[in-house]
Design a protein around this ligand. Structure first.
Ligand SMILES: [Zn+2]
Length: 235
């Protein structure tokens, strides 16, 4: 089961003369009533049991175990693809004759008390780069590493960044696609970079590259998404 997805579990309770139904999750009491709304606040295996009180005393249902894992790369991509595309077009709109930017997106499962939406995100914008700069990058800051089963947490499940818009630049081509500085985030976390389509540009020094003309052609085209890193957060 994917962590942060809603699942419905039905536990059959013997019908006779029940005065009270209560639940436990991993042995901890978890409220009473005819249904039990609980969110997995961290990945792991949860064992759910219903307890009933009747004239004959307490009894227990069988236990149900549910294992929640982090979403894999394909699932993360499906959740955030439209936001990745939106940041690409935002980067094109933000660039002008002198400045260009990279934008970043941290994809986060937020199960803290105020975690709404659970599939949360943080956006980042780089400082302004000039076209003569040779290194670009956007910094991801303030990401909380993890959380726990009781209080929840903010779990980064994917990272994304754009490469700078080149449409206002006059002369040279630049390489497109994942760069050697684009490092695997580790812990299985998948990452994506969006850049121009090399087939719309030219090849410079053996590298796929984009020219101003190619960038102009690509102005209204979606960027090309390239994936690297892991195939889904591990822990
Ligand atoms: Zn990059």
């Amino acid at each position: 089961m994917t962590f942060a997805e809603i699942v419905y579990i039905v536990i059959m309770v013997y019908r006779g003369n029940i005065q009270e139904v209560s639940y436990s999750i991993n042995g901890y009491d978890f409220g009473e009533g005819l249904s039990c709304n609980a969110m997995a606040k961290a990945p792991g295996t949860y064992t759910i049991t219903a307890h009933t009180l009747s004239r004959d005393g307490y009894s227990f249902t069988n236990s149900i175990s549910v294992t929640f894992r982090f979403p894999n790369a394909d699932e993360v991509k499906a959740k955030y693809l439209s936001q990745m595309n939106a940041l690409w077009f935002k980067s094109i709109a933000a660039a002008n004759e002198t400045d260009t930017y990279e934008f970043g997106l941290a994809m986060i499962i937020n199960t803290t008390e105020n975690g709404d939406p659970v599939y949360d995100k943080k956006e980042f914008q780089s400082e302004a780069f000039s076209y003569s700069d040779t290194e670009w990058g956007v910094e991801f800051t303030g990401l909380i590493a993890a959380g726990d089963h009781i209080f929840g947490g903010m779990w980064t499940i994917g990272l994304f960044h754009t490469h700078p818009s080149w449409q206002h630049y006059g002369d040279e081509a630049r390489a497109v696609g994942k760069s050697t500085e684009d490092e695997d985030p580790g812990n299985g976390i998948p990452a994506w970079v969006m850049d121009y389509h090399p087939e719309k540009g030219v090849y410079a020094q053996g590298l796929p590259a984009i020219t101003p003309r190619g960038a102009s052609l690509a102005r209204n085209s979606p960027g090309k998404l390239e994936q690297y890193g892991g195939n889904g957060r591990i822990n």
